[in-house]
Design a binder for this molecule. Structure first.
Ligand SMILES: Nc1ncnc2c1ncn2[C@@H]1O[C@H](COP(=O)(O)OP(=O)(O)OP(=O)(O)O)[C@@H](O)[C@H]1O
Ligand SMILES: [Mg+2]
Length: 265
């Protein structure tokens, strides 16, 4: 894994496309119409390097969740193209899109979204069960040990702490060995200790398992653990920071606030 993987998609094909787990090319997303029109994404081009940990930051309403949903195939774009690996998901019909999402994409929501009646283990293997695939036992063991929940596998979500539930959600996202894991404020509902546990797990999944992870966060410390921070404002990418530290990220956020970029929560 080198640090020189390009993170901007300069066009399809070639070695560069191979180095990218996912990319968006000039995507636009508008909600509503007339007076109620909101430009959520305004000509966004971005590539997510394979095996890299990318953080997305920006004020509330800047388009972070929209970008994640569009890149994960959970929402459609109005124009532009989205690729997971070499596959252009903006060209897929519903059936193929569902399959690609199931096989290639993991998503961690801010509110864990676990099934309350299933045990931790059943939640983790649910996507592969639905897909009718047998989970790779070795991989599953690796993921379960990495989230540190081996002794909680038979517990239901209601019997787990917030941090443990979110770690189950992370394990579920990784269990199918997706090409990319999208995590939308995965630590947003957690206290700092539980948030720290989830963050270390996501970071370790990149460092030790070569996973590609992109995470929305408002926390400069969390962003400081990433390989690169992408800053969004008003639906546009306004800055990128390779090799971030918490201090540098905080400085940059202050700069946005002074420039009238809105509250960064
Ligand atoms: N379904 C929708 N219908 C109409 N407008 C929407 C919809 N979803 C999002 N928006 C608008 O699009 C813009 C971007 O929203 P988005 O959820 O991507 O922001 P965000 O950066 O994730 O914010 P937050 O930090 O609060 O989660 C916002 O102005 C929001 O109001
Ligand atoms: Mg959001």
């Amino acid at each position: 894994m080198t640090n020189s993987i390009p993170t901007t998609g300069e066009g399809p094909g070639g070695a560069e496309a191979d180095a990218l787990a996912a990319r968006a090319e000039a995507i636009n997303k508008i909600y509503g119409s007339g007076d109620a029109e909101v430009v959520a994404l305004d000509d966004v081009t971005v590539g997510l390097g394979r095996g890299r940990f990318t953080a997305i930051m920006g004020p509330s309403g800047s388009g972070k969740s929209t970008l994640m949903h569009c890149m994960a195939g959970l929402d459609t774009v109005d124009s532009g193209r989205v690729f997971i690996g070499a596959v252009e998901l903006t060209r897929l019909d519903d059936r193929r899109l569902t399959r690609l999402r199931r096989d290639k994409v993991g998503f961690v929501f801010q509110t864990f979204n676990l099934v309350p009646t299933l045990t931790a283990l059943e939640n983790i293997t649910l996507p592969t069960d639905i897909a009718g695939r047998r989970p790779d036992r070795d991989w599953l063991d690796t993921v379960i040990d990495a989230v540190g929940l081996r002794d909680r596998l038979r517990h239901r979500p209601g019997e787990l702490s917030g941090g443990q539930q979110q770690r189950v959600a992370c394990a579920r996202a990784l269990a199918g060995r997706p090409d990319v894991v999208f995590a939308d404020e995965p630590t947003g509902n957690l206290d700092s200790r539980s948030g720290g546990e989830v963050l270390s797990f996501l970071r370790d999944s990149v460092r030790r398992m070569g996973q590609t992870v992109v995470m929305v966060t408002h926390d400069p410390v969390a962003a400081g653990h990433s390989d690169e921070v992408i800053f969004l404002s008003d639906g546009r990418i306004v800055d990128r920071m390779p090799g971030p530290t918490a201090e540098k990220v905080l400085e940059r956020m202050k700069g946005f606030e002074l420039a009238g970029g809105g509250a960064a929560r």
